[in-house]
Design a protein around this ligand. Sequence first.
Ligand SMILES: [Zn+2]
Length: 74
Amino acid sequence: MGKVIFWLVIVFAVLFCLRMYNVAQQKRRERRDAPPPSGTGEAMVRCTHCGIFLPRSEAQLIEGKIRCRDKECT
Ligand SMILES: [Zn+2]
């Protein structure tokens, strides 16, 4: 009986180590794939109709007002 418990503890310890390793790998991947901090990004503008914020390139100017591409706003 003692042997079974011993092996169970070993198995769980190994699984725990693998889990920790995977979490560390995942965190490293997320950090690498994360976009650069703001400052290099595109300027955001606000739709004058619905108030949503969107990148400058996705906005459109209608009658001198910034609008998003939503159906109700164009
Ligand atoms: Zn809008």
